[in-house]
Design a protein around this ligand. Structure first.
Ligand SMILES: [Fe+2]
Length: 388
């Protein structure tokens, strides 16, 4: 099965969605970019737990010399600089990131850091004072989870977690990968809880980009296509399936979420998920899953109170798309999301949230492009409901 996705003419990345597509990466890098030696970024567990990914490792080594960089946890500027120093020392001519959003973001940032004259942190939005110039090495991104859509975006999220932690983007339009390879055979052994949290990230991104104050007809089309596919696939994914066409739909939905957020930005769920992930040991997908219902519930109520019919119509459309046309009232959207939680039977990370944590997050969060604003007391309630 091969699927083509339309992005704007001339826009990167070029995307290939096909069973077995990862076997063509080596020829692409050798023939299109003249690469002989590459840096291959991967997660700690991918090659241990996924036999198909292991076969990719031996396959790519048959033509190219691979230096490897294992990504543990979410990428930091320090990790990016370590990866860039391997590129410099060994003379790698291209970078491949195969894994979840953390791995792809690390690969994206390392391909750019190779050209940076100053520490990566100096180029982060909201942290440093320097602007990236967009130069990077040839870059191929291969998602192994259907979630972040990082394979479609032109930013890499880097963080330093802790008491005064941050989570910020390294961004430039030219940082979008040269090639995104979506091979559904990589996805079928993903554990159910990972599939659930990754999918909730993708759904949050599609919903937030659709409702965004910066959305346009193109980003809305991306969101609609992604939500339609997620509506058809997610229920099967979270109850466990190895059906390739279902996984292909969810992978496409995640890809569309990346395209949509690159044009329209995101809303309050991600405006809070960033600081939450910086302060607390909660993975990004879980943070989105925890926050989406309290944020959307209040967004629905506020839109009804304000008689904001444009947003209410969009909420109806989201409800219809995620329920394959069976439901349409915005109030039912919360029930649909709740049913996803019930079916997935997931548990959250066992963490104790302190008042200090909530206060810290309230000091640094952003509404981003959310269609309505909330008072800090309302945001405090959202955080308590989602996190405690
Ligand atoms: Fe996200």
């Amino acid at each position: 099965m091969s699927v083509s996705i339309d992005s704007m003419p001339g826009e990167k990345p070029h995307v290939v969605i096909k069973e077995g597509a990862i076997s063509h990466i080596k020829e692409y890098l050798a023939n299109t970019h003249g690469a002989e030696r590459i840096l291959l970024c991967h997660s700690k567990t991918l090659f241990l737990k996924n036999e198909y990914a292991r076969s990719f490792l031996s396959d790519i080594n048959s033509l190219l010399t691979c230096e490897t960089y294992m990504v543990t946890g979410e990428p930091s500027p320090f990790m990016v600089e370590n990866a860039a120093s391997i590129i410099k020392k060994t003379g790698c001519q291209a970078v491949v990131g195969i894994g979840g959003g953390s791995v792809m973001d690390l690969a994206k940032a390392a391909s750019a850091a190779f050209f940076m004259e100053h520490p990566v942190k100096e180029y982060l939005e909201g942290i440093g004072s320097l602007k990236p110039d967009g130069r990077r090495l040839p870059l191929v991104l291969v998602p192994s989870t259907a979630g972040t859509g990082s394979e479609a975006t032109h930013n890499a999220v880097l963080s330093e977690p802790g008491e005064y932690g941050y989570k910020k983007s390294l961004r430039h339009p030219d940082y979008a990968a040269d090639l995104a390879v979506i091979d559904p055979l990589l996805f079928i052994s993903v554990p159910r809880h990972t599939a659930f949290f990754s999918g909730m990230d993708a759904i949050s991104q599609l919903v937030e980009a659709y409702l965004s104050t910066a959305s346009d007809s193109v980003s809305e089309e991306y969101s609609v296509r992604g939500l339609e596919l997620a509506g058809q696939a997610f229920e099967h994914i979270i109850t466990g399936t190895s059906n390739i066409s279902i996984w292909t739909k969810m992978a496409e939905a995640a890809y569309y979420s990346g395209l949509a957020l690159s044009r329209a930005g995101l809303g309050l769920v991600h405006g809070l998920a960033g600081p939450v992930g910086a302060r607390l040991p909660i993975p990004h997908g879980e943070a989105c899953a925890r926050l989406i219902m309290p944020v959307l519930y209040r967004t629905i109520k506020k839109s009804e109170k304000n008689k904001d019919f444009i947003i209410l119509d969009k909420l109806k459309k989201i409800t219809s798309l995620l329920s394959c046309g069976y439901r349409s009232s915005p109030d039912e959207l919360i029930k649909i999301l709740d049913a996803f939680f019930d079916k997935a039977q997931v548990t959250f990370s066992p963490i104790r949230i302190k008042t200090d944590d909530i206060d810290y997050i309230l000091n640094i969060y952003s509404h981003k492009n959310h269609p309505c604003t909330f008072t800090s007391q309302e945001v405090r309630e959202i955080l308590k409901e989602g996190l405690c």
